[in-house]
Design a protein around this ligand. Structure first.
Ligand code: CMC
Length: 375
């Protein structure tokens, strides 16, 4: 075995009809539909339908689909009770991972992998993610969770449950767009983790739990939270260049930069940059946007790296008044659409995913009985 690729870089592990990306051209499509068209014109609900049903919905189909999503937003009360028992120091991603896993206990037959049952399970998971995330935010701060809206789209409902009041429609539309552009991204680490689990024919809860765990790391979805913490340390736009120069000198990773596939601008970042600027103008406070621009220029100049999706989403969510620790859970509440699309695809044409490792340990080691090994 000599063609080993650490990190599986550029290894094509499976066939998929869901998402296509071109790292050199910075192109991204879902089922062939350009991400820029989706970001400008689509809604999260429509995008999820596209990912799960491989076609854009008619108006009637979209209405029915949205109604089903809305009807599935409530959490079993036992899950809320479980949350109340857990230490308030647990992060929202830990709670999300735990609650997804616990949900399987409320499914009469989680092993039923028929297409209908799996699609319904995916819909339920997607619908309850915002309920889990915002309920924990309230519970850990000593407040009662806010019940989901019985209408309103995913983004509106998320902001409503978080703040307890109907959101500004402009902010809700921005969050909707952010959800659209995070919904899928080919075989990223969390989707791969989800597919590996599904390929053992484990149930969807186990597969999505794997995916949530993989997303939480700072090299993947956890990066957005680290970006805003970095911007806070920098403090002012005029400090950005020195901060970055020093970080690069110390061989630190700059969060929100670099990508395994893109060698040019991440097409999703284009929309988030524009949102960050617009939010700064609306608030008459350009500090976060200006600082982000300065960091972007400095990293490009000193390290030749481009921003990825996590860089501008950080300032966008911050300016929307979203608590920092919810940045990665918001990513999850969108990406669960892609995870479940991939899990459905995996179940429909399954083969166990089981690669090899190139062995680098000792060739032959004599077994010495424990009495003869010394102290
Ligand atoms: N800051 C500083 N140096 C970097 C960065 C960065 N963000 N990204 C890559 N490099 C350097 C790295 O040090 C290495 O340099 P050298 O060859 O001199 O040692 C070179 O670029 C290649 O890095 P790599 O780690 O082998 O590249 P990778 O393809 O394995 O890493 C990555 C991809 C996303 C993990 C990496 O770019 C990174 O750590 N970025 C910061 C974390 C981040 O923003 N993650 C979000 C990724 S995109 C959305 C998502 O998945 O959530």
């Amino acid at each position: 075995m000599s063609n080993t690729t650490d990190g599986l870089e550029d290894v094509v592990a499976l066939h998929s009809h869901i998402c296509d990306m071109d790292g050199k051209l910075g192109k991204l499509t879902y089922l062939g539909v350009d991400i820029h068209d989706l970001a400008r014109n689509s809604s999260f609900e429509e995008t999820v339908y596209l990912l799960w049903y491989a076609a854009l919905p008619t108006r009637t189909q979209l209405t029915a689909f949205t109604q089903q999503l809305t009807a599935n937003r409530a959490l079993p009360s036992q899950l809320l009770d479980m949350m109340r028992l857990l230490p308030k120091t647990a992060t929202p991603m830990e709670i999300l991972r735990t609650m997804v896993s616990a949900l399987s206990a409320f499914d009469a037959n989680p092993q039923d992998k028929s297409l209908d049952a799996s699609r319904h399970r995916a819909l339920h998971l997607l619908a309850v993610f915002p309920t889990i995330i915002t309920s924990w935010e309230h519970i850990r701060n000593g407040r009662e969770p806010i019940a989901p809206l019985t209408d309103g789209n995913h983004a509106t409902n998320f902001l409503y449950m978080l703040k307890g009041e109907m959101p500004d429609p402009v902010l809700a539309r921005m969050l909707d767009t952010a959800l659209v552009i995070h919904a899928d991204h080919e075989l990223n680490a969390s989707t791969f983790a989800g597919r590996v689990t599904a390929a053992t024919l484990a149930d969807m809860y186990a597969s999505v739990t794997s995916a949530v765990g993989a997303l939480s790391g700072p090299l993947h979805g956890g990066a957005n939270e680290q970006v805003i913490r970095m911007l806070m340390r920098i403090g002012e736009p005029q400090h950005a260049h020195d901060y970055i120069a020093n970080a690069i000198k110390n061989k630190e990773r700059i969060m929100g930069f670099g990508h395994r596939v893109y060698r040019t601008e991440d097409p999703r970042a284009t929309h988030l940059r524009a949102m960050s600027e617009e939010l700064g103008k609306r608030a008459n406070d350009m500090r976060w946007y200006d600082m982000s621009r300065q960091v972007e220029e400095a990293v490009k100049e000193l390290k030749g790296l481009y921003v990825n999706v996590d860089f501008y989403s950080a300032s966008v969510y911050y300016m929307m008044g979203i608590p920092i620790e919810l940045d990665t859970p918001i990513f999850a509440s969108s990406r669960v659409a892609g995870w479940t699309a991939h899990i459905l695809e995996q179940y429909s044409n399954n083969r166990l995913i089981r690669p090899r490792a190139e062995y680098t340990g000792p060739k032959v080691t004599e077994y010495i009985p424990i009495e003869q090994r010394g102290e």
